[in-house]
Design a protein around this ligand. Structure first.
Ligand code: IPM
Ligand code: MG
Length: 362
C-alpha cells in the first residue's frame, strides 16, 4: 500500500511526524506492507516551487492508495495574489476536487476520560458523546461558479445537483445504518433553493433505507441543538459550508479541535485523511500541538483505505489508553493540570500499540 505524506505548514510537520510514527508501529504490529512517500503542499510548496500544489505532489497522490495530510496555510500566505495560489484555495480545495473526494466524515467522539475538557456542562456530556458529521466536500459555495470580487461587489455561487446530493446522502445513510440508525439532514430550506433540492433528494434516497430514521433540521437550529443537547444526534449530513461550521462546533464539544480527525472519500477506498484543525501558526514549532486528531485520522486511513478494522481499532484503543493514563496536551489539560508535548503524546500512543513480544504471534 502506498501512502502519500503531506505535512504542509504550521504545526503540520510536527503532528504528521507523530501520525507517521503510529503508522510505522501499527504496520509492524498488524503486518501491513506500507510505503510512505513525502511531498510538499501548501505554503511550504509555494515557497519551494511557486505553487501550493505542485504537479509532482498531485501525481504522487494519484498514484497512492491514501494520503495523510497535516495542515496548510498561515498568515504569511494569506495575501498571495492571485488568491488561487493561496494554500487553502490553491492546494487543499483542488486536491479534494481533483481526487473526487466528495464525502467528508468527521466523527466527534468524547471519551469519558475527557468529559471535563468539553465546553459543555458536565451533566450534558457525562455519558460521553459520539456523533458523526458527514459533510459534502466538493460542491456548494466553495466551488460554485461564478466567483468574483472587483473590490466593490463580490459574488460566490451555491450550486448543487441531484447526483451530488444523492451520492453524499447514500454515504450518510450507509454510515447511519452501521451506527445508531438515525440521520439528521441539515439545510436552510426555508430560504435557499439548493437546500430545497437537498431536502427533496435526501428524502428520495431515504426510500432505499427504510431502517434508518431520517429527520430534517434547519442549520441555525442545528447549531443551537448541538450545544443544547448533542446526544440527540447520531449522524448529521449536510452541505459543504454548513458542514465546515457544524463540524468545528461538534469538535469543541469533545474538548478540543485537536481531537477531531477526518476522512475524505470518493467512490472507492482511496481517501485523504487529515485533522480538522488548521495549521495553528500561533503554536507552530513549539512542540505543544495535540497530535491525536492526526493519529485518529491514521486510524480512519487504516479503516477506510486499507480496510483493516483491526489496525484501526488498535490505534483508537491506544489513544484511549494514553488519555486514561492521564496524558494531556495543553489544549485538553484542565486549568492547572500538567501537560505533555506533541512527541510525548505520540510516544505514549506508540508504546501502547507496540507489538507485545510476550504474546504468541501468528
Ligand atoms: C476544513 C478547513 C478548510 C475548509 C479550509 C482550510 C479551507 O476549515 O477542512 O474544515 O473550509 O474546508
Ligand atoms: Mg473547517
Amino acid at each position: 500500500m502506498k501512502i502519500a505524506v503531506l505535512a504542509g505548514d504550521g504545526i503540520g510537520p510536527e503532528i504528521v511526524a507523530e501520525g507517521v510514527k503510529i503508522l510505522k508501529v501499527v504496520a509492524e504490529r498488524c503486518d501491513l506492507d506500507l510505503t510512505l512517500t513525502d511531498a510538499r503542499i501548501g505554503g511550504a510548496a509555494y515557497d519551494a516551487t511557486g505553487h501550493p500544489l505542485p504537479p509532482e505532489t498531485l501525481a504522487l497522490c494519484r498514484d497512492s492508495d491514501a494520503i495523510l495530510l497535516g495542515a496548510v496555510g498561515g498568515p504569511k500566505y494569506d495575501t498571495i495574489e492571485p488568491p488561487d495560489l493561496r494554500p487553502e484555495r490553491g492546494a487543499l480545495l483542488p486536491l479534494r476536487k481533483h481526487l473526487g473526494l466528495f464525502a467528508n466524515l468527521r466523527p466527534a467522539i468524547l471519551s469519558p476520560a475527557l468529559a471535563g475538557a468539553s465546553s459543555l456542562r458536565a451533566d450534558l456530556v457525562e455519558k460521553g458523546l459520539d456523533l458523526l458529521v458527514v459533510r459534502e466536500l466538493t460542491g456548494g459555495l466553495y466551488f460554485g461558479q461564478p466567483k468574483s470580487n472587483d473590490g466593490t461587489r463580490a459574488v460566490d455561487t451555491c450550486v448543487y445537483t441531484v447526483p451530488e446530493i444523492t451520492r453524499i446522502a447514500q454515504v450518510a445513510f450507509q454510515a447511519a445504518r452501521k451506527r445508531g440508525k438515525r440521520l439528521c439532514s441539515v439545510d436552510k430550506a426555508n430560504v435557499l433553493e439548493t437546500s430545497r433540492l437537498w431536502r427533496a433528494t435526501v428524502h428520495e434516497v431515504a426510500k432505499e433505507y427504510g431502517d434508518v430514521e431520517v429527520t430534517d433540521m434547519l442549520v441555525d437550529n442545528c447549531a443551537m441543538q448541538l450545544v443544547r443537547d448533542p446526544r440527540q444526534f447520531d449522524v448529521i449530513v449536510t452541505e459543504n459550508l454548513f458542514g465546515d461550521i457544524l463540524s468545528d462546533e461538534a469538535a469543541m464539544l469533545t474538548g478540543s479541535l485537536g481531537m477531531l480527525p477526518s476522512a475524505s472519500l470518493g467512490q472507492g477506498t482511496f481517501g485523504l485523511y487529515e485533522p480538522c484543525h488548521g495549521s495553528a501558526p500561533d503554536i507552530a514549532g513549539r512542540g505543544i500541538a495535540n497530535p491525536l486528531a492526526t493519529i485518529l485520522s491514521v486510524a480512519m486511513l487504516l479503516r477506510y483505505s486499507l480496510q483493516r478494522e483491526d489496525a484501526a481499532a488498535a490505534v483508537e484503543a491506544a489513544v484511549a489508553g494514553a488519555l486514561e493514563q492521564g496524558l494531556r496536551t495543553a489544549d485538553i489539560a484542565a486549568p492547572g493540570e500538567p501537560s505533555v508535548g506533541t512527541m510525548a503524546m505520540g510516544d505514549a500512543v506508540a508504546a501502547l500499540l507496540a507489538p507485545d513480544d510476550d504474546l504468541p504471534r501468528d
